[in-house]
Design a protein around this ligand. Structure first.
Ligand code: C2E
Ligand code: MG
Ligand code: MG
Ligand code: MG
Length: 292
């Protein structure tokens, strides 16, 4: 009996695996089609200066607007896009769209902000990434200084020499570099002095509990101090409460990004927000949820 159920489990496992394999295949095909059909969209999340409350920049975040399933978040499909290499054409679309959108806002006089774009590991390893970014910047007529590229620690240290070479090329173009999800990469800190980094983004997992968990609070203030000592900006991700904001202000964090200020917004809603900020330039800080 036991043997039989063991066997059943085996077959179940086999069935699961082929189902997953099948799903992967169709998901790959669907991703390919999604790109062709223009089902990807970018949302934009503002980053705000902790002291002045003014907009510092924004991050472009990818969504898949599925005709039936609705908005699909990136973590549901980016891993497969990475595995299949589709992240390369998708990533190129993200870069072009984010840059074109930023130029459109700048031309309307709505913003002079830097736009941050996430780069995947596969993109960084791409042969001619620097050339492609350069071409897109030229074609869309945006100066490199208005672009920030976000890479995670694990991606950055995967191939040190390549990363140093690529990031130095970006630096020459005036492009800013941010280390995303900083603090969860289990890596040595020595790489920080090897790369031309502008910004450390404190991972949201530390922010979430920074007030109720002494260790996380300590980690947050340590990362902010490290950024300051190395002359990097520090941006805290996932800031949701007024109390977290106050804590980050005390720690002299440079900027915050999170639901407290705004969720990531579709382009049209970001345009509305930028208009609002523009009209009230000298009046109020941009906090959407005003402190009570
Ligand atoms: P990330 O780059 O660390 O982006 C921050 C994530 O935190 C976003 O999730 C954002 O919506 C979310 N977030 C922002 N504020 C808050 C908050 O106050 N509370 C909470 N709970 N979450 C907040 P999202 O958009 O689902 O993106 C997840 C990840 O997917 C990103 O993490 C990034 O690693 C990746 N990703 C997004 N867009 C792209 C892209 O265009 N290319 C690549 N390669 N990766 C992308
Ligand atoms: Mg990011
Ligand atoms: Mg992050
Ligand atoms: Mg992340």
């Amino acid at each position: 009996k036991a043997k039989e159920s063991g066997k059943n489990r085996y077959w179940l496992y086999q069935a699961d695996m082929s189902l997953i394999a099948q799903n992967r295949l169709t998901l790959e095909q669907r991703l390919r089609r999604a790109l062709e059909r223009g089902e990807f969209v970018l949302y934009y999340q503002p980053q705000v200066d902790v002291v002045s409350g003014k907009l510092l920049g924004m991050e472009a975040l990818l969504r898949w607007k599925h005709p039936e399933a609705g908005i699909i978040p990136p973590l549901k499909f980016i891993p497969i896009a990475e595995e299949t290499g589709l992240i390369l054409p998708i990533g190129e679309w993200v870069l072009r769209t984010a840059i074109a959108q930023n130029v459109a806002w700048q031309r309307k006089g709505l913003s002079h902000l830097r736009i941050a774009v996430n780069l995947s590991g596969r993109q960084l390893l791409q042969e001619n990434l620097v050339e492609r970014v350069k071409t897109i910047l030229e074609e869309e007529q945006m100066e490199g200084k208005w672009l920030e590229l976000e890479i995670t620690e694990s991606v950055a240290i995967h191939d040190l020499e390549l990363t140093i070479r690529v990031l130095s090329e970006f630096k020459k173009m005036g492009v800013h570099i941010a280390i995303d999800d900083f603090g969860i990469g289990y890596s040595s800190l020595s790489y920080l002095k090897l790369f031309p980094i502008d910004t450390l983004k404190v991972d949201q997992s530390f922010i979430r509990d920074s007030l109720h968990n002494a260790e996380n609070g300590t980690i947050v203030s340590t990362i902010i101090g490290l950024a300051r000592d190395l002359n990097f900006l520090a941006i805290a991700e996932g800031v949701e409460t007024e109390a977290q904001y106050e804590f980050l202000k005390e720690q002299a964090c440079t900027g915050i990004q999170g639901y407290l200020i705004s969720r990531p917004l579709p382009a049209a809603e970001m345009t509305t927000l930028l208009n609002l900020v523009h009209e009230n330039e000298d009046k109020v800080p941009v906090s959407v949820e005003q402190p009570s």
